[in-house]
Design a protein around this ligand. Structure first.
Ligand SMILES: [Zn+2]
Length: 372
């Protein structure tokens, strides 16, 4: 009887899967199924199938500048694009240190309002003003200004620092902590009516308060005052930083690469707010630019993005420093099987142009003179 080759098919048909085939003489033979890998056109965040036209997803959120060329992706669906705009980028603008730095570059916005979270700018100098809460804002013409919020400062004795309490938080409980003889300061507000209102409120809360006169503003002759800024990255800000990193990976490595399941955990953290946030973004102790590490000088106030795919330790890592301020290291995956790949871009915040940077591996024979 003629032997018929027996073909066993895997239960699930996958691309590039090998099937076992017995040859006539009984020796196993392996052949590859001729299935072509067809690129899929799915959203890199939610994997939904993309229509022919999708809104442009900006690699750097537009709130952090509009650059030439405009680096955008066309592999993010409109649902994800809209979600990121309102749920990640808007909070990042208002509640992060990077969001505050953007105001120095003429980008419109306000940071440090009454109900602010994440970032708190306070006056950093002057004996009587130090610690008072402020709002920093830049108007649509790019003009920046700092306002002191209406608030009361109190201290028990001349050697104590002032404790500050915003107008709406002023209560009997606050006033009672400062016995007779304590010193109170009222600051902020824009008009004499604001001051009068605060004085009345303080008198109600604290009957021992006696009005003692006005103080000079802490602003120097040039109208400037040093601010001290306390900030802490919220989970939302970390997710937004990871989103920028993910976008940059999609820009430099492509849509298919970004759809790999190696990035599913990070994808889900960004899009679905799931999983831990502790090991997502690390603040580096050194700048990203080699020149700055070697010579200790500052080369730019622009954004820096860099990607490093390292097969030696199987990681893909993106580095980000918005306004070249806090440099973050963001691990994208830990099972990278591909080849070594590096790329970096500089987003100049003076010319608003983007350029690709030269990237080199600084090994043991690295010559700083090569930096130019
Ligand atoms: Zn999507």
């Amino acid at each position: 009887m003629r032997q018929v080759p027996r073909v066993t098919r895997p239960r699930e048909r996958r691309y590039g899967v090998q099937s076992g085939l017995s040859s006539r003489c009984g020796h196993p033979l392996t052949v590859k199924l001729l299935v072509r890998e067809v690129p899929v056109n799915n959203c890199i965040y939610c994997r939904s199938e993309l229509p022919s036209v999708v809104p442009a997803e900006h690699v750097i959120p537009q709130g952090f500048g509009t650059f030439k060329p405009d680096l955008t992706l066309n592999c993010v669906c409109s649902d994800c694009n809209g979600y990121f705009g309102s749920k990640l980028e808007w909070p990042m603008r208002n509640e992060s240190i990077e969001g505050m730095l953007r105001l120095h570059f003429g980008l419109e916005g306000t940071v440090g309002g009454v109900r602010t979270r994440g970032v708190t700018p306070v006056i950093g100098e002057g004996e009587y003003w130090k610690g008072a809460r402020t709002t920093v804002r830049t108007d649509k013409n790019g003009k920046e200004r700092t306002d002191v919020l209406p608030q009361v400062g109190a201290r028990r004795g001349p050697s104590d620092p002032f404790e500050w309490c915003l107008e709406q938080d002023l209560s009997v409980a606050f006033a009672e902590r400062f016995p007779k003889g304590s010193e109170f300061r009222i600051v902020g507000g824009e008009t004499p009516a604001d001051l009068e209102r605060l004085v009345q409120k303080l008198k109600e809360m604290c009957p021992t308060f006696v009005y003692g006169g006005e103080m000079n503003a802490p602003f120097a002759g040039d109208g400037r005052v040093m601010l001290h800024v306390e900030h802490q990255n919220s989970r939302t800000v970390v997710r937004c930083l990871c989103k920028i990193a993910f976008n940059y990976m999609a820009l430099t490595c492509g849509q298919q690469f970004s759809l790999s399941q190696s990035f599913d955990e990070l994808r889900s953290f960004i899009r679905n707010d799931s999983g831990e946030d502790e090991s997502r973004a690390f603040v580096k102790h050194k700048p990203i630019l080699a020149h700055e590490i070697v010579y200790g000088d500052r080369r730019t106030d622009g954004h820096i993005l860099a990607i490093d795919c390292r097969p030696s330790d199987r990681v893909v890592e993106v580095q980000i420093a918005l306004f070249n301020s806090f440099p973050y290291r963001i691990p994208m995956c830990t099972d990278y099987p591909g080849h070594r790949f590096m790329k970096a871009h500089h987003f100049d915040t003076q010319t608003w142009e983007v350029s690709e940077m030269r990237v080199a591996i600084a090994g043991p024979n690295f010559d700083p003179a090569s930096l130019g």
